[in-house]
Design a protein around this ligand. Sequence first.
Ligand SMILES: [Fe+2]
Ligand SMILES: [Fe+2]
Length: 443
Amino acid sequence: MKVLILDDNDRFRQYLIATLEERLGEIDAVEVTKPHLAIALFESDPYFQLVISSLDLKTGSFMEVFQHFKQNQYTVPFVTYTSDEVESAPPGVDLLYKDEESQFSNFKEQLLSLELFRPVEEATVEIEYSRVRLFFFWRFSKVDFPLYVKLNDDKFVKVLHAQEEYNSSFLEKYQERGQKYFYVEHTDFEKFALSLYQKPLINLEEGLSPIEKKIRKTQFMQQMVQSVGVTEEVIETAEASLQEIIAEAKQKKTLSKLLLIIEKSSSYNSDHATLLCYVTAAMCDEMGWNTRRSKEKLGFASLFHDVTLVDSRLAILNYTSMEELNSFDRKAQKRYKDHPLKCAELVKEITEKYPQVDTIISQHHERPDGSGFPYGKDYNQLTPLSSLFIVAHDFVSQVFEKNFDLDKPQEIFDKMIPEYRLGHFSRCMKALQNVLKNDQIDE
Ligand SMILES: [Fe+2]
Ligand SMILES: [Fe+2]
């Protein structure tokens, strides 16, 4: 079943998806947080069988979507819900009451008794295990219930004990195998689903090291942006994370230490993004750029500039390794060529508060000599913020190529300096060298 879900409360939306998937099996749920996005999505892909929407949206109203559908005589059924007892839905639209006090038990009962969600046949065998999207587990580093994976229809194996901590490679391992679900014992399901609503959006164990926490948060935010775009809670999480990074980068000492820690981590995309946050913040300090929100803008761009490149073999490519792109199929090549604009589009929501984040992202593969993509702009046409980002990005990519061996940063600089002689680029390049110099003196 293909369902469009409109709700800007991330935790409730996840509770709802879990509840529906337990009853219906895998659903194709497309999540959106704004009415205009719901309309745009439907217009580009009208094959939704159902629209489920909150009536308690913080911006905009479900009525915008409803009116649009009515004007165009679309006949897709709607289900709506609200926690406001006096709220009413337009005629012909199901309205459910979302009652936090009863821990949504009435809501769930009403929802699952809708004709749409009734199982075709009553289950004859007792259900032992309930499916839960693997994606939800990025929010935590430990859960109260044992987790299982499904081998076949009647065989499930336990892969994690209750209260056992897991790291990101645990999730990545199953994700890489194409596993979309874990299973919990059926009797644990209700509590688990509720915890998706009740626990903070990102809830990591105290015992994790600060850097591990930052990387885990980066991973989670990237996954969120891939699946639902930038939500208010994602922005808040990112802001908190960036403030810490900006403060740490100011102390300068951490850059080389960070390189050592990140070396041990496993996921290219989140390491690349986290490190880039530090480097751009440190470079801003060095340039004396304390203008409003420069560091935050560069930080947001760092987090999300490659977010559509889920395949890290693609994300790793840069201007020095462009020939390697030919070894990918056409679809992957297109995805790569499009990613600066696609990623910029995904973060549009941020730009009200942090203007230019989308510009920095869309220009991150441009080159000073105009040989980059997608625009082919040169040093004269790129803004100072974009120029700084391009230099930092190049450096971070080269650090990866060198396996974090920064004994001789000069080797990297020798390669970079001739590339960045022109315009803003030369100042940015000097700032980068100074950041690393200071770092070594402090050590
Ligand atoms: Fe990148
Ligand atoms: Fe990129």
